[in-house]
Design a binder for this molecule. Structure first.
Ligand code: AQP
Length: 345
């Protein structure tokens, strides 16, 4: 897009991101998203707003009791991973109706052609697109509303969300252009680190996903040490030893995935990891990776289990987060209604 619109620098530096309570958290969600959320909270130069996007989760059918459980467990996961509800705003999406209200306006801004290009819809709808929900198709417009209802300037996400972020930018630009305003920021995606795309342990060409039918394809944040070790031991690899430089991983997706996971967990870059492990066989590297994964994930899963013993405390945190979120979102929605021409706004 080349139109002359405002840059995000005119807005309060604010981060928004969300995770769907559509199942248990995976290592992909943790490394690609949550760990980055904590970094941005601690960095201190942003207001940070993090959300359990339950309205997104129901774009594919969810059992109501499981959805309630997954939402609270995800909240526990955020806190256990280091999100501090006193520093960040933490809430579930459906409690802040301004998301859905702004999404309707964005449904009227986004073009059918834009939505039809979204690869996640094609992946998730599969061969049976006619039977997919309208919500699944409109998902990226709701995601744009999630972000823009806070005038968020930065959005940390995994690589898989890049296209949706571009659509969010297009929606902001078109809204600003259509209404002759500079009201919405053109948000920057923040896609950084060694694990922006964690792949399935069974297939290096597919992303690790909480809804993959094969549990062996992913590491869940609630897996115990034995399960993590078993899944890594069985992870698909190739017969070669590890290379000493990153370019040696180019045509080896499964090997690259395991090295990336190691680097992200160890907070090292890939070249530094390969300087240490280059020349080793997987029979030696996999136990190193298991030990590291258990050391990093066990404290988080233990804390999640502890927090889940008192769901009243989790609900109180979500209540308070929703109130703080609405304090930001309500005036932005009201101003949007005024711009669009709604009487009474
Ligand atoms: N494999 C991954 N590698 C890196 N980042 C990932 N994310 C998800 N999978 C990976 C990031 O996690 C955040 C939350 O994602 P989401 O739950 O909203 O939806 P998703 O991207 O569709 O994740 P899943 O696990 O694949 O969920 P399902 O199976 O329900 O669709 C996002 O920032 C995402 O980039």
């Amino acid at each position: 897009m080349t139109e002359a619109v405002q840059t995000s620098s005119q807005f309060t530096p604010r981060v928004f991101s969300g995770i769907q309570p559509s199942g248990g958290l995976t290592l992909g969600n943790y490394l690609g998203a949550m760990k980055r959320f904590v970094d941005m909270q601690e960095e201190g130069s942003f207001e940070t707003v993090y959300c359990m996007v339950d309205l997104h989760a129901i774009t594919v059918w969810q059992d109501p009791d499981k959805l309630r459980h997954a939402t609270r467990e995800l909240c526990a996961g955020f806190i256990a991973a280091g999100i501090d509800p006193a520093k960040s705003i933490l809430f579930n999406q459906s409690r802040v109706p301004e998301h859905a209200q702004l999404a309707w306006i964005f449904n009227c801004v986004a073009r059918m052609g834009w939505m039809q290009r979204m690869t996640q819809f094609k992946d998730k709808a599969g061969k049976n697109a006619q039977n997919a929900s309208l919500g699944l198709f409109a998902y990226p417009a709701l995601m744009a509303a999630d972000i823009l209802v806070y005038h968020a300037t930065h959005v940390p996400v995994g690589e898989d969300q890049k296209q949706h972020l571009e659509l969010t930018r297009d929606i902001a630009i078109k809204f600003n252009h259509d209404y002759g305003t500079e009201f919405f920021p053109v948000t920057e995606p923040v896609i950084e680190g060694a694990a922006t795309r964690v792949m399935s342990l069974r297939d290096g060409s597919k992303k690790m996903s909480k809804s993959d039918p094969s549990d062996a394809s992913r590491i869940n944040m609630t897996d115990d040490a034995d399960t993590i070790a078993k899944k890594i031991r069985k992870a698909k690899t190739d017969p070669e030893a590890l290379p000493s430089e990153a370019k040696g991983l180019e045509d080896r997706p499964e090997a690259r995935n395991l090295v990336n996971i190691y680097a992200a967990l160890a907070d090292m870059d890939v070249d530094a990891v390969l300087r240490d492990v280059g020349g080793k066989q997987f029979s030696e590297f996999k136990p190193m990776l298991s030990d590291l994964a258990v050391a990093k994930l066990a404290p988080i899963s233990t804390e999640m289990a502890r927090l889940m013993q008192d769901t009243a405390e989790i609900d109180a945190i979500l209540d308070q987060g929703a109130t703080r979120a609405r304090d930001i979102a309500a005036p932005i929605l009201q101003k949007t209604y005024q711009i669009v021409g709604m009487v009474g706004a």
